[in-house]
Design a protein around this ligand. Structure first.
Ligand SMILES: NC(=O)c1ccc[n+]([C@@H]2O[C@H](COP(=O)([O-])OP(=O)(O)OC[C@H]3O[C@@H](n4cnc5c(N)ncnc54)[C@H](OP(=O)(O)O)[C@@H]3O)[C@@H](O)[C@H]2O)c1
Length: 254
């Protein structure tokens, strides 16, 4: 039997949206799994403490400037990482944003802001990184989706559309790149407490409503999410591609 390995020893991983929240903790987790992690952030100074934390834990990480809505920034970031490290083995498309609004109140600016980061930015970062992966015959792409891409959630029209788009993009890219050793999968979490969700979850009524809809009875943790990402990023997940893995405590099983 082939060796089963979830180790990322010797691999280069790029994580977008690393400045805070889930992305921040994914950098820690991927470094602990053995990867050299490039923490991509719009403002690299925002990850200085994170890099120090990785180093203090015996891991390896560096920073790169990346705004996923800016093609020149994408091209420069990918070129810089490939020049410094030779390749990118693992891409985690974590950068994303969302806010609640009644569908009748959504403006074109709201639509563009969310879509530009969550769907368009994710696609063009993936395209830029996958060129090298396909050429080298190996790669693991993991998108940060959401349970909101799988089921309807009130006041999430634009966010859900963006994450549903990510889910279908996952399948198309998986089909195109499977023959080249590149897998593409999505992790779809339920609510996790992060700077992006704190304002909503700090409202006791909102928190109670959300918890009532999670059969496991708790929010996801960044460790729950990191475990799924590491699995899909690992050498042993080579036959898993085009999937959406909910990390939702059963929300979408209902
Ligand atoms: N937390 C949850 O409950 C939850 C549940 C399901 C899915 N998700 C998904 O998980 C991901 C992370 O969520 P989070 O809760 O950790 O969010 P967060 O705390 O709001 O952090 C969002 C991250 O995305 C980055 N970002 C935003 N716009 C960007 C851009 N144009 N270019 C590059 N980076 C950009 C932010 O960087 P700056 O610091 O530069 O703004 C920040 O690092 C998102 O894709 C989100 O949709 C979250």
């Amino acid at each position: 039997m082939d060796k089963v390995s979830f180790s990322l020893e010797g691999q280069v991983a790029l994580v977008t949206g690393a400045s805070r929240g889930i992305g921040h903790d994914l950098v820690l987790a991927l470094a602990a799994a053995g990867a050299h992690v490039v923490a991509a952030a719009r403002h690299p100074q925002d990850v200085a403490d994170l890099l120090a934390q990785v180093a203090a834990g015996g891991g390896s990480a560096s920073a790169v400037a990346l705004d996923v809505t800016d093609q020149a920034s994408i091209d420069a970031a990918v070129a810089a990482v490939e020049a410094e490290h030779g390749r990118i083995d693992v891409l985690v498309n974590n950068a994303g944003l969302g806010f609640n609004h009644d569908a009748l109140e959504v403006t074109e600016a709201d639509w563009d802001q969310i879509m530009d980061v969550n769907l368009k930015g994710l696609f063009f970062v993936t395209q830029a990184v996958a060129r090298g992966m396909v050429a080298r015959g190996y790669g693991r792409v993991v998108h940060m989706g959401s349970q909101a891409g799988l089921v309807g959630i009130r006041e999430h029209a634009v966010y859900s559309a963006s994450k549903g788009g990510v889910d279908l993009l996952t399948k198309v890219l998986a089909l195109e790149w499977a023959p080249h050793g590149v897998t593409v999968n999505t992790v779809a979490p339920t609510y996790a407490y992060t700077p992006g969700t704190a304002e909503r979850l700090d409202d006791p009524a909102v928190a109670a409503d959300v918890l009532a809809r999670i059969p496991a009875g708790r929010f996801a943790t960044t460790a729950d999410i990191a475990a799924a990402v590491i699995y899909l990023a690992s050498p042993s997940a080579g036959m898993v591609t085009g999937t959406v893995l909910p990390v939702d405590g059963g929300w979408t099983a209902q």
